[in-house]
Design a protein around this ligand. Sequence first.
Ligand SMILES: [Zn+2]
Length: 486
Amino acid sequence: MAIVKAGMHKWQLSLIALLLVFFLTGCSILQGGKDVEKSGPAVTAEEGAGGEVYAGEKSKAVSFVYTAQKVLTLTFNGMGDDKTMNELLDELDKYHIKATFFLPGNRVAEEPEIAREIVARGHDVENNTLNRADLTQVSYQEAHKKIQRTSQIIEKETGVKPRYVRTRSGAFNDDIRLAAAQCGLEAVISYSLNLQDWHKDSSQVVSGFVRKHVTRGGIIALNTEDNPQVVADIAIIAKAVSEVGYKLIPLSKLVAIGSERKPLETIPGYDAAQINPDFKKAEYDLVYKGNGDKKEISLTFDDWGTDYTVTKILDILEQYSIKSSFFLRANGPEKNPNLARAILEAGHEVANHTYSHPVITTLTPEQLQDEVVKAHQIITEAIQQKPAMLFRPPTGAFDEASAQAVAATGYRTIAMYDVTTYDWDTSKKAEDIVREIIENTENGSVILLHMLDDIHTIEALPAAIEGLKSKGYTFVTMSKLLGMEP
Ligand SMILES: [Zn+2]
C-alpha cells in the first residue's frame, strides 16, 4: 500500500488501520458517539433534494489566482498529530506567515482543539473532505455527503464556515464541483506547486527548487500527515519566497485580489495574427535599430525565466525608470501567465518570440505560422491585451521565406538588434557583458539581453544602465524607438 512508508510511527500505522476499517464498514470511527458519517445510503432532507445532482452552477476550479502582485499562498492538507501541528504553528508564527489549512472533517471531530488553535493563530481553515477517500471514485451523493459533513464539523468546532474545498490528492471532477456548489463552497482548490514528496532531497536542493517554482498568485500545497519534515520545511519555504521578494498570504486574501481572466476571443486584437497561406508575396520590415536621430536606445529581453530572474530584471528597470521590450517564448507564459502580466503592468512592452523557440529556417511555412500564431494567442490571453506586433526570430536566424511567412500572419516587423553580448552563455561574466554593451551602443541601438536563469545579466544590468546613462542615452521601448504605435 502506497501510503505506508518506512519510518512511520506506530500511531500512524494504527490510524491507517482504523481508516481501512472505516472504508470497509462505512461506520464512524469517531469517539464520543459523534455521528459524523451515517452508514447506509440514506440522505437526509438537509443534504439535498433526495440526493439529486445539483442543478445550479458548478463551484470554480482554482489552481492559481490571476494576479501580477508579488503574493502567493501556502496551504496544508490533512491534520497531523497534536505535537506536529503545534510545532508547525509556532514555526509559521516565527516567520510571520498566515497560511491556509485544509482540514479533514474526521480529524477535526477527533481533535477539535487543534483546529481551534489554528484559527486562534490567525490562519484560514478550509474543507479537506471527510477522510482519505478519493472523491473522484465515489457517487455524487457520497461526495456531497462527505464535503457537507466536513463543512458542518469545521463550522461547529471552530465557528468558521469553510469557503473552499480540496480533496486529498487535489483531484476533482464536475461532480465534486457541483457538490461543492451545493454545499455553498465558492471553489474547488488544487495547487500550482505540490511539495508532498520533496523532502527526499537535501534542504539546499529543495530551497533551489522552491525558489525556481515560486510564482505570483501561486498555491503551494504541503501535507501535514505522515510528513515529519513539514515543520522544517517552513524555514526553507520562507527563505525561498523572500529571496524572490514575494509574500505569503492566506488563500482567501489571494482570491480576493485575483481578477477574472477574459476569454481569448473577447480580447481586442486576439486575431491580429492569423494563419495565412498566401505568404509568397508578403512584405516585411527588417529592423536592426532605430534611425539614430536622438540619443535613444532600447533594452530588449528575450526568452523566459523564473519569477526570481524576471522579477529581479523588473525591479532593476523600475529603479532606473526604464521601459523595455520583452520578447516572450510563449510556452513560458502558457504555464505562468501572471509573470507575463507583471511585465506588462510594470509598463514594458511584450512581444513575440515564437511558442517553442525553434530555429525558424528549419520549419515549413505552415509550422512557422503555427508557432507565431500560437504564441500570439497565448501571450494575448496571458497579458489580456494585444502584444506589441514585433517578432524576433530565435537565435536571430531567418531567411527570405521565413520572414515572409511570419509577416503574412500579421507580424510585419522582424525585430532584430545591433548590440549582442552572448549573455545567454553562463560563462560570460557580468563585467564582459557590461563592457560589450557600453562599447557597441550608439544612437538608436537595440540591445539584446536574455531573461534566462543562472546567467549573469541581472548582475550586469545596473552597471550597464549607469554606463549608458552617463553617456547621455535615454531608454525607450522598441516600438517607440521605431516610431510604431505601441
Ligand atoms: Zn531566444
